[in-house]
Design a protein around this ligand. Structure first.
Ligand SMILES: [Cu+2]
Length: 144
């Protein structure tokens, strides 16, 4: 009975340490928000995403309670015209860092809920075979 207890404890410890290893696989930094024009009902979030694991990392979706619609966008040039295209996924190879920036990748928020948006908000990044990562976006561009 005691041996079984130890086996269960060991299994749990292993599960926890594996979970922590996976959690540390994604690093998010340089989070910023752009809302142009200031009163428009949409905004773009920029950030740096780094894959610190030894496996490819796939960002599949984004969500936030402050917008009716959130998606991964990329700016492309087509016939000399700048357009935004929704991206189904972004794949980062091990060690790769991707900087979302104006003119490139961004997280598009549409149909903003003004009251909640103004105080900063939570944004969830969803990955394949990796737990969701929640980040906080501060609304520094707030206008009184
Ligand atoms: Cu966009």
């Amino acid at each position: 009975m005691k041996l079984l207890h130890w086996a269960v404890t060991l299994a749990l410890l292993l599960a926890v340490s594996q979970l922590q290893a996976v959690e540390a696989a994604v690093k998010v930094s340089n989070v910023s928000l752009s809302r142009v024009p200031p009163k428009s009902p949409s905004a773009a979030v920029y950030l740096s995403l780094k894959n610190e694991s030894h496996e490819p990392l796939q960002l599949m979706a984004v969500s936030t309670p402050v917008a009716r619609h959130a998606s991964i966008h990329k700016v492309i040039i087509e016939d000399e015209v700048s357009k935004m295209r929704a991206q189904k996924k972004i794949v980062l190879v091990p060690g790769q860092q991707l900087d979302f920036s104006p003119g490139g990748y961004h997280i598009m928020l549409m149909g903003l809920e003004e009251k909640t948006f103004d105080n900063g908000f939570e944004l969830t990044l969803e990955f394949v075979r990796h737990p969701p990562v929640k980040i906080v976006v501060l609304n520094k561009s707030r206008q009184k």
